[in-house]
Design a binder for this molecule. Structure first.
Ligand SMILES: CC(C)(COP(=O)(O)OP(=O)(O)OC[C@H]1O[C@@H](n2cnc3c(N)ncnc32)[C@H](O)[C@@H]1OP(=O)(O)O)[C@@H](O)C(=O)NCCC(=O)NCCS
Length: 208
């Protein structure tokens, strides 16, 4: 598949903060991500990569090499691990959660503006829910701006329901946050719906 999900690493942080700046009105400093990755054992962060970006850059660098009449970069690298710079450049979105006892709290989910609307927000959210199963969470919860209907639609699609408001939660514009929760993710109905959504998503992403 063109897109892949990986654990976020320290090397990814500059690219992640670059995308974050384009996705949110206010952002975390890079040091906050580094701290999360290094010191918070309850935090889980992932990135989504587009292999085409890395391939295009690799081909571009091969062309450059050709004109310099030096040895070509081995094409076999495309199917294996990419050079670190290309891996970082191929990040198009990221997401994270904290485990608090048996609740997974989604802390962030964002895509580069050019990559929205093609199922990658869904891929990130589904991956966070998979992580929630792996780490023993029973529920998944999050806060979302009352004006952020796109994100709310995404969350509703994955079974999140409104459970209240946090007044003036966002400091940049004093906007309220909607609190949303899934039902118990281990329930048979949730599991089944989640698996069905993932199958549909897989098909959608394979068509790119
Ligand atoms: C929210 C965000 C992650 C969604 O990612 P995305 O890749 O654009 O969304 P997807 O293509 O995966 O769409 C998944 C679902 O989201 C909803 N959605 C996506 N784009 C939408 C739009 N323009 N209008 C309304 N709903 C939309 C739909 O329910 C969609 O499901 P569908 O395809 O079956 O209709 C992305 O828009 C983003 O990064 N926004 C800025 C950061 C942000 O607001 N993060 C959320 C903080 S709580």
């Amino acid at each position: 598949m063109r897109y892949s999900i990986d654990k976020m690493t320290l090397a990814d942080v500059p690219r992640v903060t670059e995308i974050e700046r384009q996705a949110y009105p206010s952002t975390w400093p890079s040091s906050a991500y580094r701290k999360e990755l290094q010191d918070n054992r309850w935090a889980h962060y992932i990135v989504v990569r587009d292999k085409h970006i890395a391939e295009e850059q690799l081909i571009g660098s091969q062309e450059l090499e050709k004109t310099r009449k030096s040895r070509l970069f081995p094409l076999s690298l495309l199917t294996n691990r990419l050079p670190i710079g290309l891996e970082v450049a191929s990040i198009v979105g990221f997401a994270g959660l904290w485990l608090m006892v048996d609740e997974a709290h989604v802390t962030t989910i964002a895509l580069h503006p050019d990559y929205r609307g093609r199922g990658l927000g869904e891929l990130l959210l589904a991956s966070l829910i998979d992580i929630s199963y792996d780490i023993g969470a029973k529920w998944v919860t999050l806060e979302v701006r009352v004006s952020n209907h796109t994100a709310q639609n995404l969350y509703r699609k994955y079974g999140f329901r409104e459970a209240g408001l946090r007044h003036r939660y966002y400091s940049d514009n004093q906007e309220d946050a909607l609190i949303m929760w899934t039902e118990e993710i281990n329930s048979a109905t949730y599991r089944q719906q989640f698996q069905e959504l993932k199958k549909l998503l897989q098909k959608k992403l394979e068509s790119f």
